[in-house]
Design a protein around this ligand. Structure first.
Ligand code: GDP
Ligand code: ZN
Length: 460
């Protein structure tokens, strides 16, 4: 069955330089032909693919020119979806773009679902599933480094690696099956040795990909970070310095940062998802209390804690309480207000938070912030490894599939080692192959597909 023709606005709504309406499917050219009148008076058929033409969009019912636009057509299979496609580049803004989309819909297209263009590219075999997913990552990339990893994925580098492993597994499955089906024939023997070697080698390769996934997850999703400290130590000021613009409200009155703000800062390519929370302290004020409770919850879920103390004062009861709560976390101790001189007992802090590093800053004067960035970077890279080279798996879905594949291969290994019939080993190896196929889309189920493409925006 032929797919129907879909259309959507592919640029963000609102005022902008241009707004693009995309059409994909069999009827794309017929629809565009009815609406578009090129300035150069050539026919639609004479228009060259992948070339922009200036013209008018004409409303054939209400008989007026809606907008002057640029149109480009793409002939299947040389398009984003691998179908016939048309893009109409209109003047941005709300009305013209909407109006053109309505005309396109009135002439036979259907409004596209989120991610449907990309889904078609996948279904039509132009890209595989991990490449389709990379499209979202590119749209959402928070730093240059995250973008580079997503682009690698779009180019198919992850699929390539996974497919190599899948092919290797398939070759051993084929060998086992051939031995079962034609035991008398002149085929290479599926010796336990050969099978074991293959399994171990592929477990190793998958483990390597898995090891790098920690870094990938951080690049893709950012590392969730909370700034904690009692009121007035300079948490909001620190956030401001890190963000390098005034976004969080800084006040002189303790405990007024009530809203939890989420921001991303870029620390040498690592997206740090930073949350400024209300000061942690016992309080009778119900509004403040919500903030405090939320702050403790946030600490629990955080992957990195920035603990701020006022270095110009003495440690107080509240500081001790906070330290007690955070000492197991990945954390940096920040001595703020160092411009006022250091009065705090550094040894005492280090006793309560053994093994944690101290960074001295003045959020007010923007001093020590660069050093703090370095320390954050070092802390993370020390734990998850380099973010620089090799193929980096970023998606949680992929990591899970790799884990399951490794488990199946381990089962397979046990069956071989225990001299169980080879058919049984082959079942486990095939299982591993199928898990990996979920990454490339070779063996993916419809509900997984739907879940993936639901995340896309309309028009992509
Ligand atoms: P928060 O309650 O922890 O978020 O603290 P704020 O960021 O709102 O800061 C409380 C007060 O301390 C404000 O008056 C800031 O200007 C001041 N402050 C913050 N950082 C520094 C610093 O490094 N040096 C000095 N001298 N004052 C600071
Ligand atoms: Zn604050």
């Amino acid at each position: 069955m032929k797919e129907d023709t879909i259309a959507a606005i592919s640029t963000p709504m609102g005022e902008g330089g241009i707004g693009i309406i995309r059409i994909s499917g069999e009827e794309s050219f017929n629809i565009a032909k009815k609406l578009f009148y090129p300035k150069s008076k050539i026919s639609f058929e004479e228009m060259k693919p992948r070339t922009m033409y200036l013209g008018n969009i004409y409303d054939d019912l209400e008989k007026y020119v809606v907008d002057e636009v640029l149109m480009v057509k793409f002939k299947a299979p040389n398009s984003y979806t691998a179908e016939d496609m048309v893009e109409i580049h209109s003047h941005g803004g709300f009305t013209a773009v909407r109006k053109i989309l309505n005309l396109v819909l009135r002439n036979g297209a259907r409004l596209a679902q989120p991610g449907e263009f990309t889904k078609r590219a996948f279904i039509n075999g132009r890209i595989d599933l991990s490449q389709a997913e990379a499209v979202i990552d590119i749209i959402r990339a928070k730093t240059d480094k995250a973008l580079k990893v997503a682009v690698d994925q779009l180019k198919g580098k992850i699929s390539e690696k996974i497919k190599e492993i899948m092919d290797s597994l398939l070759s051993v499955i084929a060998l086992v099956e051939a031995n079962i089906d034609f035991p008398e024939e002149e085929i290479p023997e599926a010796s336990p040795d050969i099978i074991l070697k293959n399994i171990s080698y592929n477990i190793e390769r998958l483990n390597y990909l898995k090891e790098k996934a920690g870094a990938g997850k951080i690049l893709r999703e950012g590392i969730s970070t909370v700034i904690v400290g009692k009121p007035n130590v300079g948490k909001s000021s620190l956030l401001n310095s890190l963000l390098m613009e005034k976004r969080a409200i800084v006040t002189e009155i303790p405990g007024t940062t009530r809203d939890v703000i989420e921001e991303y800062i870029n620390v040498k390519g690592i997206p740090i998802k930073i949350i400024d929370t209300a000061g942690i302290r016992d309080t009778k004020d119900p509004v403040e209390k919500i903030g405090v409770e939320r702050a403790m919850e946030k600490v629990e879920g955080a992957e990195l804690v920035l603990f701020v103390v006022d270095a110009s004062g003495e440690l107080e009861e509240e500081d001790y309480k906070i330290m007690e709560n955070i000492k197991e976390k990945r954390l940096l101790i920040i001595f703020n207000k160092i411009d006022l001189g250091q009065k705090i007992d550094e040894k005492k802090v280090k006793e309560h938070l053994p093994g944690k590093r101290v960074v001295k800053i003045s959020a007010l004067r923007d001093e020590g912030i660069e050093l703090l960035r370095e320390e954050i970077y070092e802390l993370i890279v020390n734990e998850v490894g380099s973010l620089e080279e090799g193929i980096i798996i970023t998606a949680q879905r992929h990591i899970e599939a790799i884990n399951k594949a490794i488990e199946s291969l381990k089962e397979a290994k046990i069956t071989v080692e225990n001299n169980l019939p080879m058919e049984i080993s082959a079942i486990y190896i095939r299982e591993a192959w199928e898990y990996l196929g979920e990454i490339t889309g070779d063996s993916v189920k419809e509900d997984i597909l739907d879940a993936i493409f639901e995340n896309f925006c309309i028009g992509k």
